[in-house]
Design a protein around this ligand. Structure first.
Ligand code: GDP
Ligand code: IMO
Ligand code: MG
Length: 426
């Protein structure tokens, strides 16, 4: 019997992980985020209501408990605001548990994120400017402030003073105004007081829950092409969205993971900079952006659009051990006469089926496509795979063939009801 499922993004994020996690959470007892922070933006739709989540796991609506794991970087102010927004809509947030080992994002991380992007100029990553990278840098530099320290006013004050002194020296070097210790300390002490009751040893609690037979869903943020190791470095985020990070970022053994569901858009999108071999800069791209409402949840930026890229999804299968695929936003492709799917790249006259490690080589990859006939029907109300237009069925089967991962779900609209189940997961 399946007890644990990981949901990961297989492209550059925004594949609809939030929708799928929320859908599957009806069967799970617990939902856990294991990396990233409020760079994530997950949209969930049900009963004519739309919710946007950045830090809180998408299981908040139906699971018994949701966990913010130790692998996350948490902006306390943003978390409290997100809780308030949900509360105002009548959603109870008392089931949230925050790892005492997660790291805290403070105002200087956000300032640094902006400064670094400014200094990189045309080499900028196009980050969400939420301070994610600088917070992870502090973690690995062993100067970060963990949630467990943050809720201890004495340790928080001491560490904040030391860190801020160092960051202010850096700011002065670049003619940026210093940040004031007292202002940050007083404001954040209040956030710490509010969050303290939610803080716990999440790994310990997850272990207990697992032993009691609870079903656990792990929700990835971002996508594997944004993974710091396996993505299109340096145009990536600063954490590991890949499934392997679940073990470290939630504090469970790797042998406990039963299934890994890769969420994939029926086409590709990317926000931010970096090469994008199948990018469409024409009216087909505009048509897809329009129909898919492809604008960033966090920053509102128009998402770049491209054809489905089998090379990157296959790389995601390889590095994350995908056991099933959820193909999302299939409805968006209705009305296109011909659909293209990238099955390989051409690099220096050779055909390759992997993502090259250097951005220099990746930028030179040209996609090799196969073409398939599209369909014109509206498929947003379809409940069974066999009811989909034949060309849509064939498109889904082709993705299965290219990626060598069985398709377990197909999503035909943002609402939780607009989901076709091919194989039951939990
Ligand atoms: P996430 O970051 O992976 O959770 O994805 P986002 O929520 O940022 O972006 C996915 C967008 O597509 C959201 O606006 C969803 O409401 C929407 N969405 C999810 N699944 C579908 C689908 O099957 N069809 C359509 N039309 N929209 C979808
Ligand atoms: P979800 O969970 C799409 C992108 C940014 C930028 C790069 C680095 O909604 O799929 P960062 O702020 O993390 O340092 O930015 O990563 N990025 C995302 N793109 N969806 C996301 O999250 C993203 N989180 C970060 O646009 O290119
Ligand atoms: Mg998103």
């Amino acid at each position: 019997m399946t007890k644990t499922v990981v949901v990961v993004g297989t492209q550059w994020g925004d594949e609809g992980k939030g929708k799928i996690t929320e859908y599957l959470s009806s069967k799970a007892n617990i939902v856990v985020r294991y990396q990233g922070g409020n760079n994530a933006g997950h949209t969930i739709v049900f009963k004519q209501e739309k919710f946007k989540l950045n830090l809180i796991p998408s299981g908040i609506f139906r699971a018994e408990k949701v966990y913010l794991g130790n692998g996350m970087v948490i902006n306390p102010k943003a978390l409290i605001e997100e809780m308030k927004v949900l509360n105002r809509k009548g959603i109870d947030t008392s089931s949230i548990r925050i790892s005492n080992r997660a790291h805290v994002i403070l105002p200087y991380h956000i300032e640094l994120d902006c400064l670094q992007e400014e200094l990189k100029a045309d080499q900028k990553v196009g980050t969400t400017k939420k301070g994610i990278g600088p917070a992870y840098v502090d973690k690995y530099d062993r100067i970060g402030i963990r949630i467990g320290e943050f809720i201890d006013s004495e340790i928080f004050g001491e560490k904040l003073q030391i860190n801020l002194a160092e960051k202010n020296k850096l700011f002065s070097l670049y003619n940026k105004p210093p940040l004031c210790f007292q202002e940050i300390y007083q404001e954040y002490l209040e956030y710490a007081r509010i969050l303290k009751p939610y803080v716990t040893d999440t790994s310990y609690e997850l272990d207990e829950a697992y032993r009691l037979g609870k079903k656990i869903l792990f929700e990835g943020a971002q996508g594997i092409m944004l993974d710091i190791d396996h993505g299109t470095y340096p145009f990536v985020t600063s954490s590991n969205p890949s499934a392997g990070a679940v073990s470290i970022g939630a504090g469970i053994g790797p042998n406990l993971i039963d299934e890994v569901v890769g969420v994939v858009k029926a086409y590709s999108t990317r926000v931010g900079e970096g090469a994008f071999p199948t990018e469409l800069k024409d009216e087909i791209g505009d048509y897809i952006r329009d129909r898919g409402n492809e604008y960033g949840t966090v920053t509102g930026r128009p998402r770049r659009i491209g054809w489905f890229d089998g090379v990157i999804v296959s790389q995601s299968r390889r590095v994350s051990g995908l056991t099933g695929l959820s193909i999302n936003l299939l409805d968006v492709l209705s009305g296109l006469k011909t659909l293209k799917l990238c099955v390989a790249y051409e690099l220096a006259g050779e055909e390759i089926k992997y993502v090259p490690a250097t951005i220099k080589e990746f930028s030179k990859c040209t996609p090799k496509y196969i073409e398939m006939p599209g369909w014109s029907e509206d498929i947003t109300q379809i409940k069974q795979f066999s009811e989909l237009p034949l060309n849509a069925q064939n498109y889904v089967k082709k993705i299965e063939e290219i990626t060598k991962v069985p398709v377990v779900m197909v999503s035909v609209g943002p609402d939780r009801e607009q989901t076709i189940i091919i194989k039951t997961i939990f």
